[in-house]
Design a protein around this ligand. Sequence first.
Ligand code: NA7
Length: 504
Amino acid sequence: MATGFEIHDLVWAKMKGFPAWPGKIIEPKPEVKRPANNKKVHHFIFFFGSENYAWIPEENIYLYSDHRDKFKLEKRVPKGFKEALEAIEDELKEKPFIKKKTDGGQNTNKSTETQTQAKRKRVSSSDDNPKQKKPKVIAKVTGSPSKITLSPEHKLKPKIRAELPSPRPEHNLPMSPPSHSYIQASLSPGNASASTQIEETLLKVKPVAKPSVIPTPMRIGFLGLGIMGQGMVMNLLRSGHEVTVWNRTALKCRDFVKSGAFKGNNPAEVVQSCDITFSCVADSTAVKDLVFGNYGVLQGISKGKCYVEMSTIDEETMQDVAEAITARGGVFLESPVVGSRVPALEGQLIILAAGERKLYDECYSCFEAIGKKSLYLGADIGAATRMKLIVNMVMGTVVAGLAEAMAMAEKVGLDQEDVAEVLSVGALSCPTVIHKSQAILSQRYDPHFPLQHQQKDLRLSLLLGDKVEQPLYVASAANELYKKARRLGYGESDISAVYRAASN
Ligand code: NA7
């Protein structure tokens, strides 16, 4: 189909509900679904600064060289916009004559202006000349959606690289390009490359430590380098903490060691060599393995050793762990965190804590490094877990409701994009609704918060409800939907994949 643009064109691209953003037309990624509405011509856009990409209708795309100043924002400049502008300007300077065959197979060196005149004649992206210099991308997906490699250009751009953790923070969502186009890494066990290649770069970034964080001189241990652990450790290192890491799949430690972390051979060794050890692993079974297993945490605990459990698990296991640690003279704090992948990467988690107050105070600089807020809920072990489960019960029901709504919208003949837009401008507009509706639209379920963990949290919430005879009709129904999504194979996908259960 003839279009007004071609691959490599630098453009302003506007997604519904977002300001026009500097971008570039690139070859579509096969894993990103084409828009259902095929009446409109769409182009696949790479967004500068955020390194996201998405399908955008042609009517919302403007050639950058023609409209260089048109969409520059003076007021309420969204996060990352300035960097995106710098990046597009850099690229324009580097390649002012981005060309391809226009007619009769001739490669010409027309000026940008002439190119603009000629652009109406161009044909679509599929006939791109492979000999042309490839577009400069900051991070590109290769092979599978979870495989990320970093281009050499990227390494030359420390300023942009420092922004890499924030394709778009969930809490800052409406201010930058579409969330569904996030570049993600999946965390399948043993596939450290997928999850850590992006972190590798993040860790090499010149630290962007929060200026107010004065790292404790105490030695910090960290067990568990899953989605949450990776972000937290990165921020501890960035803020100057001395960190020793351990993960069941040892390969995941590699990039953190390259960035200055020490590596422990087992949980006991980490606890022995550190003053405070944090743990953030999948579930109660993982925590029990870690604490009570061979060379486990307990074997490293001696008088005064501090242990902070950040995993979201059932209260009973939390209490068992607390008792075992304190029985050996250790000091215990439970400290689950609210937030998913991006807040973890950005040090914007909410930390809930209960247990030994002195230890909570000693964790001050660590909590500052990884979070935006911490709450001490008292000495009663279990209080922080209960708070976390209440919060995630809300999260689980909201996203399940959204998934059902999107599934129904399609069946009653509504455009899901329109539904997402209406939600994004009304009273229901919040990072979760916007972000997850975009994930559903693009059918990209790279894990920010793995669905299996959400289902676990609903299950734990229901157990909690049982104890106090609180009816939980909505949470129970949502739990069923997540169970179905797990059965369909979406356990390791993002929570938004619950849509697959709702639409199936
Ligand atoms: P992930 O990304 O699923 O990572 C899970 C982590 O737990 C990862 O480091 C796993 O190691 C580790 N794990 C899983 N099972 C075990 C056992 N049996 N022993 C030791 N370590 C284990 O989870 P998130 O980071 O998103 O979430 C972590 C917690 O925070 C969870 O409770 C959420 O609900 C909130 P692996 O790399 O697979 O070897």
